[in-house]
Design a protein around this ligand. Structure first.
Ligand SMILES: C[S@@+](CC[C@H](N)C(=O)[O-])C[C@H]1O[C@@H](n2cnc3c(N)ncnc32)[C@H](O)[C@@H]1O
Ligand SMILES: Nc1c(NC[C@H](O)[C@H](O)[C@H](O)CO)[nH]c(=O)[nH]c1=O
Ligand SMILES: N[C@@H](Cc1ccc(O)cc1)C(=O)O
Ligand code: SF4
Length: 493
């Protein structure tokens, strides 16, 4: 499999057919937004650009868009700001898909057993531990990547549940040895050249066997936790080389313990952009089919957009339109999550295809226009991981109402050069949300269960909605270490 190179791209001529030109005026689009009328793609472009009739961002117009979105947020979901007690548990960083915005993955051949400096013994489970100083005890590999066995995943989740989390989010690289189940292994092994034809190599080739997707789901579905996993791209990997439907694959995963699916891998849902930034990924239609399959299998899904790289405002607007249409068809989307591109350590930036990520204006306008455009998705999430606390708080007054989760550990943004850390405690959340005069509310993954927190009660605050959440705070990694908490236990496998 050849990895596409950013070095071959001409940043001045990406040859896009879709450009931010419209037949609409900013004033008309704003009036429609204020009146609660359903917006068109052209309306969204006018709002995102603060008018295609002017160059650059017009301050006054921008404020008007943000204000309209903030009002819509208040009408739709009120003053509550929600967040979830969750844990990120990435199973493997091995991936050959080669997305040019991603530094999470490590090319999979580095994980092979017969390679000098290949993957070391399987990874220690270390959730909530400080993983600075790669190559230290939690990074026994030559390349800094890792693969977890199902037993290690189970231990990581079990330890999180014991601390009080009630959601585990698990997204991973597309490890060539991953298969849905034993039958899938057999099918993939039946190809003449499985590595080339279906991106498959048998688990024996690797130092650590990730097990099957079904085994990972069974392992992580422990102690009543909500398992949020299997992006459309991962679901594609779990059916590669077969004619199985997405619905059947998601139904099998659901039976193994999966509760909902993350709508990442969406990036920008316009193929001319995907061809540039992630040519190895499923196309727009494939992503939509996977999401519909997940909903048909009875799962909730989330939706995302990763923006601020090569795309323009027309692409952003078209993406929003595709999400809204998907929600009209399925009703299964619980939230929309804008993911601002973190550029520092990515091929797109290193090869000069982009010179940075989105500006503050673009971030605020994207949140606002998402709120105004997606009239059928109640929750718009802001990310302290991508924006930092200050900007994330600002976006809560531009249309966002959800503040994601505690996550306890983070690899995707950190590896791309992000600087905003890996953990927020309930105390952090209560303090930040009260500081802007809003109401802190703990939520379940599906938003169906919520608990308002009264800051006047005084801290320390902790989660209460989980199977083992009794209001005890989720400690910071440092606090755990001070109290002799075991954050580096090696799981047996
Ligand atoms: C790293 S992948 C892991 C799951 C799976 N491999 C997939 O692609 O769906 C999850 C998502 O992280 C986001 N992501 C990756 N690199 C990023 C970056 N540099 N900045 C912002 N988001 C990023 C992308 O939206 C991507 O779909
Ligand atoms: N926005 C980011 C998230 N969001 C996911 C949430 O934490 C949660 O899993 C979801 O809302 C379902 O309840 N996660 C990250 O790791 N990084 C982000 O930037
Ligand atoms: N994995 C995404 C965040 C994310 C996870 C799950 C979701 O449902 C939505 C967004 C990132 O860190 O870039
Ligand atoms: S975004 Fe996902 S599929 Fe693409 S390279 Fe990163 S881990 Fe692999």
């Amino acid at each position: 499999m050849t990895t596409p190179s950013a070095a071959d791209l001409d940043p001045d001529d990406l040859g896009f057919d879709h450009v931010p030109e419209t037949d609409q005026s900013f004033e008309n689009a704003l009036a429609k937004a204020r009146d609660g009328e359903r917006l068109t793609v052209d309306d969204a472009v006018e709002l995102l650009t603060t008018g295609t009739d002017r160059d650059g961002i017009d301050r006054e117009r921008k404020e008007a868009v943000l204000e309209a979105a903030d009002r819509r947020r208040a009408e739709t979901v009120g003053d509550e700001v929600t967040f979830v007690a969750n844990l990120n548990n990435n199973v493997t960083t091995a991936c050959n898909t080669g997305c040019l915005f991603c530094n999470f993955k490590d090319t999979a051949h580095q994980f092979e057993a017969d390679r000098d400096g290949g993957e070391g013994p399987s990874r220690r489970t270390d959730h909530g531990g400080d993983r600075e100083g790669e190559g230290g005890p939690s990074r026994p590999t030559g390349h800094g990547g890792f693969t977890q066995t199902p037993a290690e995943s189970r231990e990581a989740v079990r330890a999180g549940v014991e601390r009080g989390i009630y959601e585990v989010t698990s997204v991973s690289g597309l490890h060539p040895a991953f298969a849905l189940n034993d039958e899938h292994h057999e099918i993939l092994q039946g190809f003449e050249n499985p590595a080339r034809e279906v991106n498959y190599k048998p688990p024996e080739r690797y130092v650590t066997d990730p097990g099957t997707y079904v085994e990972q789901m069974e392992a992580m579905s422990v102690g009543g936790v909500h398992l949020h996993s299997m992006t459309p791209e991962e679901a594609y990997h779990a059916r590669r080389g077969t004619d199985w439907s997405y619905e059947a694959v998601y139904a099998e995963l659901r039976d193994a313990g999966l509760d909902s699916a993350p709508g990442t891998a969406a990036e920008i849902l316009v193929d001319e952009v995907r061809d540039v930034i992630c040519p190895g990924k499923i196309d727009t239609q494939g992503w939509l089919e996977a999401m519909e399959g997940a909903v048909d299998a009875g799962l909730d899904v989330t939706s995302t957009m990763m923006y601020g790289h090569v795309e323009n405002e027309m692409h952003r607007a078209m993406h929003l339109e595709r999400i809204r249409a998907l929600q009209d068809r399925t009703g299964g989307i619980t939230e929309f999550v804008p993911l601002s591109f973190v550029h520092e350590r990515t091929p797109l930036f290193e090869h000069g295809v982009v010179s940075g990520g989105a500006s503050d204006d673009e971030d605020e306008l994207l949140i606002a226009v998402a709120r105004l455009f997606l009239d059928n998705v109640d929750n718009v999430q802001t990310s302290w991981v991508k924006y930092g606390d200050e900007k994330a708080l600002k976006t809560l007054s531009c249309g966002a109402n959800d503040f994601m989760g505690t996550i306890l550990s983070e690899e995707i943004t950190k590896r791309a050069g992000g600087q905003f850390g890996e953990f927020r405690s309930f105390d952090d959340y209560v303090e930040m949300i009260s500081s802007i005069g809003r109401t802190p509310v703990e939520r379940s993954t599906d938003y169906r269960t919520t608990r308002e927190i009264d800051p006047a009660e005084g801290g320390p605050f902790g989660p209460t909605l989980g199977p083992e959440a009794d209001g005890t705070p989720l400690l910071t990694p440092e606090e755990r270490a001070d109290r002799g908490g075991d954050s580096t236990a090696v799981a047996d496998d």
